[in-house]
Design a binder for this molecule. Structure first.
Ligand code: ATP
Ligand code: MG
Length: 451
C-alpha cells in the first residue's frame, strides 16, 4: 500500500505525467465520439482531457460506462465548436455533445474557492450548497472525490496527468478521498455511498483514513436529497455489483441511513432468514445484469424492503389486525417511511406493493382464482418473488412448483389439483389475502419471521 501523505497541508496539487508507454491506455479503447470531441476542442485551441471514471476504468482494463471530457473552454466556447451541442444545468453549466444515443459530457474546469470566496457557499455543517466557479485543471482535480477519479488523459500527447496521487492508488486498487476525509464527507455525504459503490464495482479497498469516518458520519445522509439517494440506490444495486455493494454498506454502517426499516428488521431477525432472502435477490439481480436481462426498480425495492414489510406485518398482526388489512397497512407504512428517505416514485412503489400483496394468493388453488392470478399483470414478477422467498424458508416449495407448471399448462395442473382436493374433503374457500390454508390454524407469525 502506498502511503502518501494526504493531510490538508499536502493538498497542493503536484503534477505527475504518466506517458503513454507507461500507462498503456490506448485510443482504440475509447468511444470514437469522445475522441472526436477531444480533437475538435484541441483544434479550437483548447485543452481537452478525458477524465473521471472513464480514465480509471481504462487503466484497470474495464469498459467505461460513459466518457466525460474536461476542458478550459467555457460552455459557450464549446457550443460554438459543435452543431450537436446543447448547454444544460443551472447550478453549473455543462455542454452535452449529442451523437445519436451517445452523449459526451463536456465540463469546463471547475474550482471550489476558499471559504471567503463569494461563489462558494456552505451551510453550518460544512455542506456544499453551490460550487459554480471556473478554475484551472489543478482546481478541477482537487474538487473531485477520490484520487482514482481525478486522472486526466490528455489528447495532445496521450499522457495521463495526475495531480493527487491517483495513478499510484489505481495501481494499488485503493479508493482514497482527496483531502481531509471528514471534511469531504461533510461537504457531500453522498460520497460515503459512492465509496461503497465504487469499492464494490471496482473491487478496490477503501483506504483506512477514507473508511474510518463513514460509520460515524453515516447519519448525515438523512439530510441528503431523497431524489439523489434514490438515483444512488439504483446505481448501487442495478449495476451488476449489488451483493458486493450491500456488503460494503453493511460493513460501513450505511444500511440504516439508506434503508432504515430494513436495517432494523435484519437486526432483529435472529435466524438470518430475511438477510438470506435479500442477498439471494441481489445475487439474482447481478446475474440478470451479467446476462443483459432487464432489471426493474420495483422488483429491486420489493427485495430490499421485504424484511421491513415482514416486520411491519408481524407487528400489525400481533396487534390483532386481520391478515388482509395488516398486509395493506404494512405495505403502505413501509412505502411511506422509505419514500421519506429515498424518493421512490409511485410507478415503482405501486408494482412493488403488488408483488408483496400477491404473495398469499399463491396458496389458493380454486380454478377461478388460479386463472385470475395467471392473468394478473404482475404475475410473473410475483411468482419470481415467491421463488426467491425459498431462500428464506422452504415452506412454500410446493406453491412454487405448482405455479411454475400452472404457467405452462394451467388446465392440466388444475385438473390434477382438483382430483387431489376431491380426495381430501377438508378443503374450504380461502380469503384472497389470507395465509396459506395449511397454516391458517396457526395463530400468528413470530415477529420478524417471513409471512
Ligand atoms: P461510474 O463508473 O459509476 O460512472 P464515475 O466515477 O464516473 O463512476 P460519475 O457519477 O459519473 O462517477 O462522476 C464522474 C466524475 O465526477 C467522478 O469520477 C468524479 O471525478 C466526479 N464526481 C462525481 N461525484 C462527485 C462528488 N460527489 N464529489 C466530488 N466529485 C464527484
Ligand atoms: Mg461516470
Amino acid at each position: 500500500m502506498t502511503d502518501t501523505d494526504h493531510s490538508p497541508a499536502s493538498l497542493v496539487p503536484q503534477l505527475r505525467v504518466i506517458p503513454r508507454d507507461v500507462h498503456g491506455v490506448s485510443r482504440k479503447q475509447m468511444s470514437p465520439n469522445a475522441l472526436r470531441v477531444l480533437y475538435r476542442l484541441r483544434e479550437g485551441g483548447f485543452g481537452a482531457y478525458l477524465v473521471g471514471g472513464a480514465v480509471r476504468d481504462l487503466l484497470i482494463g474495464g469498459q467505461p460506462k460513459d466518457f466525460d471530457v474536461a476542458t478550459d473552454a467555457t460552455p459557450e466556447q464549446v457550443k460554438a465548436l459543435f452543431r450537436n451541442c446543447r448547454l444544460i444545468g443551472r447550478r453549473f453549466r455543462l455542454a452535452h455533445v449529442v451523437y445519436g444515443r451517445e452523449i459526451i459530457e463536456v465540463a469546463t474546469f471547475r474550482a471550489n474557492g476558499g471559504d471567503d470566496d463569494g461563489d462558494r457557499q456552505t451551510d453550518d455543517g460544512g455542506r456544499l450548497l453551490r460550487d459554480n466557479i471556473y478554475g484551472s485543471i489543478e482546481d478541477d482535480a482537487v474538487r473531485r472525490d477520490f484520487t482514482a477519479n481525478a486522472l486526466y488523459y490528455a489528447i495532445e500527447d496521450f499522457s495521463v496527468r495526475d495531480y493527487v496521487g491517483g495513478y499510484a492508488d489505481v495501481q494499488a486498487r485503493l479508493l482514497r478521498l482527496i483531502g481531509e476525509p471528514e471534511a469531504r464527507y461533510r461537504e457531500d455525504p453522498v460520497r460515503m455511498l459512492r465509496a461503497a459503490r465504487l469499492a464494490a464495482k471496482l473491487g478496490f479497498a477503501i483506504e483506512a483514513g477514507t473508511a474510518e469516518p463513514i460509520a460515524r458520519l453515516a447519519p448525515l445522509l438523512a439530510d441528503a436529497a431523497p431524489a439523489r439517494l434514490f438515483e444512488e440506490t439504483l446505481k448501487l444495486f442495478l449495476s451488476g455489483h449489488a451483493v458486493a455493494s450491500f456488503e460494503h454498506l453493511e460493513a460501513h454502517g450505511l444500511l440504516p441511513a439508506l434503508l432504515p426499516e430494513t436495517a432494523k428488521a435484519l437486526a432483529s431477525n435472529s435466524s438470518g432468514a430475511l438477510r438470506r432472502m435479500l442477498v439471494q435477490g441481489l445475487r439474482n439481480t447481478d446475474a440478470r445484469v451479467a446476462n443483459d436481462e432487464p432489471v426493474s426498480p420495483a422488483f429491486l425495492y420489493a427485495v430490499l424492503l421485504w424484511p421491513a414489510y415482514c416486520r411491519a406485518l408481524a407487528q400489525l398482526q400481533a396487534q390483532g389486525v386481520h391478515a388482509a388489512e395488516a398486509q395493506r397497512r404494512a405495505a403502505d407504512r413501509v412505502t411511506m417511511h422509505q419514500v421519506a428517505r429515498t424518493a421512490l416514485p409511485r410507478r415503482f412503489s405501486l408494482p412493488m406493493q403488488e408483488i408483496w400483496l400477491l404473495q398469499p394468493r399463491f396458496s389458493l388453488r380454486q380454478r377461478k382464482r388460479v386463472f385470475r392470478l395467471l392473468a394478473h399483470p404482475r404475475f410473473r414478477a410475483a411468482v419470481d418473488f415467491l421463488e426467491l422467498r425459498l431462500a428464506a424458508s422452504d415452506s412454500h416449495a410446493e406453491d412454487v412448483a405448482f405455479w411454475r407448471e400452472a404457467q405452462l399448462e394451467p388446465s392440466a395442473v388444475l385438473a390434477a389439483n382438483e382430483a387431489r382436493e376431491a380426495e381430501s374433503p377438508d378443503a374450504e374457500e380461502g380469503d384472497d389475502a389470507a395465509a396459506p390454508r395449511k397454516r391458517r390454524r396457526r395463530r400468528r407469525a413470530k415477529p420478524g419471521a417471513a409471512p
